[in-house]
Structures are given as C-alpha cells and as structure tokens.
Design a protein around this ligand. Structure first.
Ligand SMILES: Cc1cc2nc3c(=O)[nH]c(=O)nc-3n(C[C@H](O)[C@H](O)[C@H](O)COP(=O)(O)OP(=O)(O)OC[C@H]3O[C@@H](n4cnc5c(N)ncnc54)[C@H](O)[C@@H]3O)c2cc1C
Length: 402
C-alpha cells in the first residue's frame, strides 16, 4: 500500500490548493454568515467547473479526469481545509455522477452525461430521506417492510411512472438540475426489494421545492425539501433499467471517503488555527502552548487527526485498487466523525472567548463538524451497520475483524 501521488494527482492537488486559497478563502466567512436562501456561490461553481472540479470523477469524454478515491481525497483535503461547504458542493457531484456512470445503462450515459459535461452549473442530487424515513431510508441496518421506510411511490403506467411523495434534507435539492431519486416501485415489498432509482430532471412538471433548510453549520452546502405531485417520468429513466436494482460499483470511487475526508479536513484546519493561536497568546507568564494542559490537549488532537487521516488514506487506497471495503468504510466514518468533533471543540476552547466570536472561523469549524455528523447516516446508525457486518462474519465462522 503506497500513498505516493503521481504527477497528474499532484497537479490537481496543487490546482485545488490554489483554487481554495484564491477563490474560496475570500468568500468562505461571508457565505457562512449569509442567509441560507441566499448564499449559494454560483460564480464559484462556474469557476470551479471551468477548472474541472464539478466533473472530477467523470472520464475525459465527459469532462473529468476519472478521479479515483485517492485523487478525490487529495482534492478534498485542499478544498475543505479552507471551506467544507464549498468543497462539498463539488464533491457531492463526484459521487452523484457515479450513479449514472457506474449504474446507468449505455443509453442513460449517452443522454445525461453530455448534459452534465456541457453546463457549468449542472449539479446532481441523490434524494432519499423523507420526513418519515431517515435512518430507515437505508437497508444496511434495518430492511423496512411494506408500509414503513420510503413512502415516495413510483407507480408504473405503460411506458412511464407517476411519482408522488416528499423528500427533505436533500443536498442540492434546490440547486441540482437532475435528481437520482430513491423511490418505492413496489410498495408491498420490503425496502431491499421494492426500491428503485429514477433519474428525474428538476424541471419536470409536478416537481417543486419546499423549505430550503437553515442549518447550524456547513451553511453554504444547501439542503431542501422536494415535493413530487403526479410527476411523470419515462421508464427509460429507471437507473440501470431494472427495478429494485443498483449496481454495487456505484458505491466505489469516492463514496467511502467523501464525508469523513471533509470531517478530518475541518479538524485539521481547527487544530492548525488553535496551535498557531496557542503559540502567540501569552497568559500566566508564558505562551499558552507551554501550559501543560493546553499542550496535552493539542498533542491528543494531533494524534486523533493523524489516526483519522491514516484510516482515510488506507480506505481510499483500498477503494481505488481493491474495491470498497464495507467494514473499513464504516470504521473510517465513525472514527473521523468522533475525532473531528472532539478536535474542533478542543480547538475552540484554546481560543478562550475568541472561540465563540462569529468573526473568527474557529466556531464555524465546530458548527461544520457537528453538521457533517448528520449529513449521511448518523454515527450511531453507522455503528449498528458495522456491528451487523461483524455479526454476519461470526455467523459464517469468521473472526469479527475480518
Ligand atoms: C447536511 C445534510 C445533508 C444531507 N444530505 C442528504 C442527501 O443528499 N440525500 C438524502 O437522502 N439525505 C440527506 N440528508 C439526510 C440524512 O441522511 C438524515 O438526516 C440521516 O440519515 C438521519 O435521518 P433523520 O434525520 O431522519 O434521523 P432519524 O433516522 O430519525 O434518527 C434520529 C435519531 O435516532 C437514532 N436512530 C435512528 N434509527 C435508529 C436505530 N435503528 N437504532 C438506534 N438509533 C437510531 C439516530 O442515530 C438519531 O440519533 C442530509 C442531512 C444533512 C444534515
């Protein structure tokens, strides 16, 4: 296992570093303070798109560089160190595009990928969550039976589906041009069999946006409600052409590191800020980094950070060269979430009163880290899914650790 980046990866990493410093840094705090309905950085999306950041995970034919998980991690570490919202605006698109790239039929690829390539503002969303289906939207821990779980139903009528339902908390719900939406195609079957993925352009009649959610942190990375009323979607838009089916390869190519990479990047930014402050702030006759309890806290945070990043790079390497490791992905997500929140909170304390002043970025890091913990499945539910994998291994006569 080697984490050395090749020339092309180093070039995109450098580009990301410059883009973050020159384009994201000047607007990050303003975006955070702005109203949730009025803080989406479209100009930044266009500039980033011209540099290839919007379509990074797609092959060159469709405007990208076919970035694998390692390359994506290198880029996220640069962008999210400066601002996790701006970084995730792009990174969300990389994993969303894979639904079509790895899970779509050839006809779907030829129809949708050029649209993504040719429009600098074309973003994707992956709506799953509904008011009554949060943890229950996934089947990794609990396979919701008929009458529970996803309630957005797509009823087939000839060559089209009629979709009705309501989604909420959906990233890019209000900014995406295309939804890769989880719907119940068989309401009488449990979720694992009765759920399919439909490609629904946002401008389809019957689709409307409800509330744009106003969050604690990660504020410029938008979420919204999506309301679907008798939305007619051609059967040709059924992802992969089969009901109840998703190609497992969709989950590779960045998914395993996307959220934890943002968590650790925010933690690194918070720790660097805290250590820099502790190195200049004097109290009790010396710099506060020289007070043992502060020094111990900083050293402990650095240890958490390094351990989390090692997990991340290992996870990205395995995803790139071997295929997704479901257990390691969960370990990584759990560890990085807990470590990031701890590092950010400790860093805030090092700043004393300045820690809670809104003009300082340190409080933003804490809010961003806490918000990320809720961005996918919650850590608690990821732990349940990990334990379920361990249980299955034990049942098969294997060691729980694989
Ligand atoms: C920033 C952000 C971005 C998001 N982006 C998207 C997106 O793009 N697409 C999308 O589909 N969704 C998205 N979501 C929604 C997110 O996936 C859900 O919020 C998350 O899965 C939790 O669902 P919930 O909020 O309904 O909480 P619930 O599932 O109701 O959970 C509430 C509490 O109960 C606990 N809990 C739930 N089930 C169990 C159980 N079986 N055993 C023990 N404890 C349990 C949870 O850990 C949690 O503490 C986003 C959310 C946020 C905050």
């Amino acid at each position: 296992m080697h984490f050395e980046l090749n020339e092309e990866q180093r070039a995109i990493q450098t580009l990301a570093c410059e883009f973050a410093r020159n384009e994201i840094q000047p607007i990050a705090m303003k975006l955070d303070l702005a109203s949730a309905t009025d803080n989406f950085p479209w100009e930044l999306v266009k500039k980033g798109s011209k540099l290839g950041f919007r379509t990074l995970s797609l092959p060159a034919k469709w405007g990208g560089i076919d970035a694998d998980a390692l390359t994506q991690l290198a880029v996220i570490e640069e962008l999210a160190y400066v601002d996790a919202s701006c970084s995730k605006i792009f990174a969300k698109n990389w994993t969303a595009c894979r639904y079509i790239l790895a899970g779509g039929t050839e006809e779907q690829k030829e129809r949708f990928l050029p649209l993504i390539r040719d429009n600098d503002t074309y973003l994707l969303a992956t709506p799953g969550t509904e008011p009554e289906a949060g943890a229950d939207k996934d089947t990794e821990y609990y396979d919701a039976p008929a009458g529970q779980g996803l309630m957005t139903v797509a009823r087939r009528k000839g060559d089209h589906y009629v979709v009705n339902g309501r989604k909420h908390f959906i990233a890019h719900g209000n900014t995406a041009s295309l939804y890769v939406m989880r719907v119940r195609t068989d309401p009488l079957a449990p979720m694992s069999k009765g759920v399919s993925w439909l490609l629904i352009p946002r401008d389809t009649p019957g689709v409307s946006i409800g509330t744009i959610h106003d969050k604690l942190g990660w504020r410029a990375y938008p979420q919204s409600e999506i309301i679907l009323e008798d939305v007619v979607v051609p059967v040709a838009n059924l992802l992969g052409g089969k009901e109840g089916y998703l190609n497992r390869e969709v989950g590779r190519g960045g998914r395993s590191i996307e959220v934890p990479a943002h968590m650790m990047s925010v933690a690194r930014a918070a720790l660097d800020a805290a250590a820099a402050y502790a190195g200049v702030r004097r109290q009790g006759g010396k710099m506060i980094i020289q007070h043992q309890s502060v020094a111990q806290d900083l050293a402990e945070c650095y240890t958490l950070l390094e351990a989390g990043r090692s997990l991340l790079w290992r996870n990205a390497w395995i995803d790139t060269y071997k295929g997704r490791d479901a257990a390691l992905t969960r370990v990584c997500r759990i560890y990085c979430a807990e470590a990031a929140i701890k590092v950010c909170l400790t860093a805030l304390q090092v700043f004393g009163g300045y820690g809670v002043m809104r003009e300082m970025p340190i409080q933003k890091y804490v809010r961003d880290a806490i918000s990320m913990e809720h961005g996918e499945a919650t850590t608690r539910v990821v732990k349940l899914a990990l334990a379920k994998l361990m249980e299955a291994r034990v049942k098969d006569g294997m060691a729980a650790s694989g």
